[in-house]
Ligand binder design. Structure first.
Ligand code: SF4
Length: 368
């Protein structure tokens, strides 16, 4: 059963002083040293880090963040770069939509805000790819705006602090946002937001929360009720559909045929060995057959790669094809889902954005 919102917000208000004090004191002593936590915070570094951290672990992000900031130290540097080059710098981090949105956002800041990252929530929200979460993170952490940041970590902490047990309560983003906003202090709201996220990452973790080390344990309903291990209730998820594909690794000397994905589809704008749905359409089967150095049927797959995405699982059979010396696949149409084809050496691939699936397929083909 869902409780009325009013009493929960009243509880949040009444406990807010104790929670703020304890959490901020803990954060001062326990905050991890991270490259984007400069003093004072740099809006560009906050923006880049928050985008990189979406669905990606801190330890994975840190080396990418260093390399990215070295290459694009400010918004102007990213805005003047070509998208292909930016996707190259993002290669391996996954969720390339984020890189495209960051690039578009940087160009918008240069065009509309004279290369200065805006400092109001409305202006931040007007940038491409910047939604509630990112605008609140940049606004509060870099500019001191009182906007609550509500990510998965914060939602888990809130669900436990107020023992939000029902499925409805657990899945209500609005409820979590209102509670988070109620807890947020007027002074140093960005530090409080960082502290909430840090608590969720280090102490109030998904598996077994470390309540004995938690600074806000005295204010926590889940701990008081012994429910810390069962809140939030696991969300029921349908099994991800499995999509069966074939990746054609066509090589000619030291080059491999790579396709550039359509901008708006899966792996948009990235390069990979052309991938086809199974069973492969006869037109594209003939196209691949014509590229072969030796005539005859297409060879059998040499390996299969299982690639798990957020909402589907790709089962990709890997075909290796030795191409004729004069094979020119760029003549005529490109396979569905692609906008261009090019022969690429390993060096070319390093300079372009290749998806993590592409790297796994090339590795399965013995090429990387
Ligand atoms: Fe999470 Fe336990 Fe702290 Fe409650 S006491 S916020 S459940 S770590």
């Amino acid at each position: 059963m869902t409780r009325p919102l009013g009493p929960t917000l009243a509880q949040a208000r009444s406990r807010s002083t104790a929670i703020r004090r304890a959490l901020l004191a803990w954060f001062r002593k326990n905050a991890r040293v991270l490259p984007w936590r400069t003093d004072p915070r740099d809006p560009w570094a906050v923006w880049v880090s928050e985008v990189m951290l979406q669905q990606t672990r801190v330890t994975t992000v840190v080396p990418y963040f260093h390399a990215f900031m070295l290459r694009y130290p400010d918004v102007k540097a990213l805005a003047s770069a070509e998208l292909d080059e930016v996707l190259g710098a993002w290669s391996g981090l996954g969720y390339y939509r984020r890189a495209r949105a960051l690039h578009a956002g940087a160009r918008d800041v240069v065009d509309r805000f004279e290369a200065t990252i805006p400092s109001t929530i409305d202006e931040l929200l007007s940038l491409p790819g910047v939604g509630d979460y990112t605008s609140a993170a940049i606004g509060s952490i870099a500019f001191g705006l009182r906007a609550a940041v509500v990510d998965g970590n914060v939602r888990r902490v809130i669900a436990r602090l107020f023992a939000l047990r029902s499925q409805q309560e657990a899945s209500s983003v609005d409820l979590h946002k209102q509670i988070a906003q109620t807890l947020l202090p007027a002074r140093a709201p960005g530090t409080f937001n960082e502290a909430m996220m840090e608590l969720g990452a280090l102490v109030c973790t998904p598996g077994q929360p470390r309540c004995e080390a938690c600074p806000v344990r005295a204010s926590c309903d889940a701990r008081r009720l012994g429910l810390q291990d069962s809140i939030p209730a696991p969300l029921k998820r349908d099994a991800s559909p499995v999509v069966r594909l074939i990746a054609a690794v066509v090589s000619r000397g030291d080059a491999v045929l790579m396709g550039k994905r359509d901008r708006d589809g899966l792996f948009g704008g990235m390069w990979d060995p052309p991938v086809f749905e199974q069973p492969i359409d006869p037109t594209w089967r003939r196209w691949l057959t014509k590229l072969r150095a030796s005539p005859g049927r297409l060879p059998a797959a040499i390996a299969s790669v299982r690639h798990v995405l957020t909402h589907r699982v790709l089962e990709v059979d890997v075909l290796c094809i030795e191409a004729r010396g004069d094979a020119n696949p760029q003549e005529g149409a490109v396979p569905p889902g692609y906008q261009a084809l090019r022969w690429m050496t390993a060096g070319d691939m390093r300079r372009c954005g290749t998806s993590s699936l592409a790297r796994r397929v090339l590795q399965a083909a013995g090429l990387k």
